[in-house]
Design a protein around this ligand. Sequence first.
Ligand SMILES: Cc1cn([C@H]2C[C@H](O)[C@@H](COP(=O)(O)OP(=O)(O)O[C@H]3O[C@@H](C)C(=O)[C@@H](O)[C@H]3O)O2)c(=O)[nH]c1=O
Length: 182
Amino acid sequence: MQITQTPLNDVLIFEPKVFGDERGFFMETFRADLFTESTGVQTLVQDNHSKSRQGILRGLHYQLEHTQGKLVRVTQGSVYDVVVDLRQSSSTFGQSFGLELSVQNNKQLWVPAGFAHGFYVTSETAEFVYKCSDYYHPQSEVSILWNDPDLNIEWPLVNGDVPALSEKDKVGCLFKDAPKFD
Ligand SMILES: Cc1cn([C@H]2C[C@H](O)[C@@H](COP(=O)(O)OP(=O)(O)O[C@H]3O[C@@H](C)C(=O)[C@@H](O)[C@H]3O)O2)c(=O)[nH]c1=O
């Protein structure tokens, strides 16, 4: 497993070593020892799996209570994945970082607690799988608008289209009005 830093504090990329042979491939996708050593997080308690069509954008989400760190990856297709640092004490507060996660590159992104997270599906369909450090808490969930003018995220929109959003994400809040972390 190769672990690399990103431009945002505490956001890490995990790249498993892939062993290919005539049968196909093998890779370790998660090891608690390496994970805890590099993130400081002891336990991941919930696994999620979603499937989306091309042009779907989910995000930018976070929970104010039961704040979740998320170890995210793609098991089919490709997405553009984005994180936003909402921690006012962080030197990268207010900055975003995006990268492609795909079944080809096998990259996993560690999204620490205190970040908003979202992704846009660039392949025909994509399956998205992630482990979370705390449980779903819809009462404290916040959605920030994908096209917030202050964040100015460069989504790689297919054919320049407007992304398809859930009703909740259509009425997301602006970054400037979003509740932040200390
Ligand atoms: C996230 C989640 C949703 N649900 C339910 C609620 C709802 O009926 C249905 C779909 O929920 P949503 O529309 O919120 O799903 P989705 O838009 O995929 O939400 C996810 O987006 C990405 C970007 C994240 O970072 C995740 O943490 C999560 O917020 O699934 C759960 O039961 N448990 C969960 O953990």
